[in-house]
Design a protein around this ligand. Structure first.
Ligand SMILES: C[S@@+](CC[C@H](N)C(=O)[O-])C[C@H]1O[C@@H](n2cnc3c(N)ncnc32)[C@H](O)[C@@H]1O
Length: 426
């Protein structure tokens, strides 16, 4: 690899840097939250604009040397910076004053954990990565006594792990009836007291099927789903909550609705697109997966170049998610399908090769221009998690925030643990 600073390898992942211990204060450190707010406000011009939508970014004129250095990155160096947050921040520090403080502010220590003892075959049928997440999540919880509510449970793999660990009944809520029946079957086969209730947790009728529970857990519950859970936990005074939030942008709110007073006072206003950035990091895909993802981006960007010219409007046209089949029959067929979907009139003759080439050029550029923004993903995710944690503290809970597993298992590895303090009424 040429000329890039190297971090100490996989073990230098942010969660292992350990500069900030797992936050066990009540409330979580408001100073840290304020510093994160200031960091995100200060560098907003770098992380908010989305290169996929904007062929030229507003900050390119204010940071010309950064733009030039990014554009000049080799494929190999761009891929290295994409995969290594420490190396990325070190590289950016040559172009962006004081950016290296991200490293202190976005570091989170692991929560204390204990390995579980699961009988042979308990994990049968669970994808390997999910089993690692489930056991790591369960391993961070202390003895649970009383009924546990598992929120948006899928097949309730977590619920069964908790039953096995604590011998306590679990009630699992899940909207998808097939997942519910699969979960019921698994619980029966394994002899675990985990009951699935098919229901929509966002429905106004939820109260009718909401059981009385002492504890609540949720692994990777998305935006509005975990907002509802937090509302229920705090209003019903449920004793404890263990939550690993996900997909903060999946909400019917127009913009981000802060939970805590500290977030409201911070002045940081987030859009749904901003929140999406927090979950953009994914587990590193295999080479074939990377090639497929790049092709999809390049074709979308090729179509974008074409539609801008045809409509004589230099603006991005949102295209909904498309299934894999749309990418299976060549670029021209792809563009015809998307044009049909979006009502764009195509001329008789189009130089498809030209627009496909433009797409690939833009794809290579987008990957480089995304790098400054990527440096802020974890800081933003932590800010969103701390907002929830501070709100729970404001509601009378003792709160901890830490990681429950290595980031290679899942980048969504932050967990909020909240326990209602004695004498605090719901
Ligand atoms: C990201 S998955 C997580 C599943 C499980 N907790 C896990 O980690 O394997 C989110 C789950 O929420 C369920 N879900 C989505 N909307 C829901 C709703 N309104 N009510 C109940 N469950 C819902 C989905 O069907 C899905 O199983």
């Amino acid at each position: 690899m040429s000329g890039l600073p190297r971090s100490a390898g996989a073990c230098s992942e942010a969660d292992n840097r350990g500069t900030i211990p797992a936050m066990q204060q009540t409330p979580p450190p408001p100073v840290h939250f304020r510093q994160l707010s200031e960091l995100l406000q200060h560098y907003g011009e770098l992380w908010r604009p989305i290169p996929f939508y904007l062929p030229v970014l507003p900050w390119e004129s204010t940071h010309p040397s950064l733009a030039a250095a990014l554009a000049a990155l080799s494929e190999e160096d761009a891929a290295t910076l994409e995969a290594d947050q420490n190396a990325l921040v070190a590289w950016l520090a040559d172009h962006i004053p004081h950016i290296s403080r991200i490293t202190d502010l976005d570091s989170v220590a692991p929560l204390a954990s204990q390995p579980g003892d699961y009988p042979m075959g308990f994990e049968r049928g669970i994808p390997g990565g999910k089993w690692l997440q489930v056991t790591a999540f369960a391993g961070c919880l202390e003895q649970l006594n009383g009924t546990v509510l598992e929120w948006c449970a899928g097949k309730a793999h977590l619920g069964r792990a908790l039953y096995q660990r604590f011998q306590t009944p679990v009630i699992a809520l899940e909207k998808n009836s097939k997942l519910c029946s699969d979960g019921e079957n698994l619980s029966r086969q394994l002899g675990t007291d985990v009951r699935m209730i098919p229901c929509d947790v966002l429905s106004p009728q939820l109260a009718a099927c909401m059981p009385e529970t002492d504890h609540a857990v949720a692994l990777h519950a998305c935006g509005d789903l975990h907002r509802r859970l937090i509302e229920i936990v705090t209003t019903q005074g449920i004793h404890s909550l263990a939550l690993s939030p996900c997909c903060y942008h999946l909400t019917t709110d127009a913009g981000y609705r802060p939970y805590s007073m500290a977030a409201r006072d911070s002045g940081l206003v987030l859009s749904r697109d901003d929140c999406r950035l927090a979950v953009q990091e994914t587990v590193t895909a295999a080479a074939a997966g990377v090639r497929r993802r790049r092709k999809k981006s390049a074709w979308r960007l090729g179509f974008d170049a074409l539609q801008r010219e045809l409509r004589r409007a230099d603006e991005y046209m949102p295209v909904p998610p498309l299934n894999d089949a749309c990418f299976g029959n060549g670029f021209a067929t792809f563009c015809r399908q998307v044009a049909g979907l979006k009502g764009v009139q195509l001329p008789e003759a189009v130089d498809w090769q030209h627009y496909e080439n433009l797409g690939w050029e833009r794809e290579a550029r987008v990957r480089r221009m995304e790098l400054p923004r990527h440096a802020f993903r974890r800081a933003l995710e932590l800010w969103l998690v701390l907002d929830r944690a501070l709100h729970l503290a404001e509601c009378g809970y003792r709160v901890s925030v830490g990681t429950f597993c290595d980031r290679r298992v899942t980048p969504r590895n932050l967990m909020i643990q909240a326990a209602r303090q004695r004498g605090v009424a719901a």
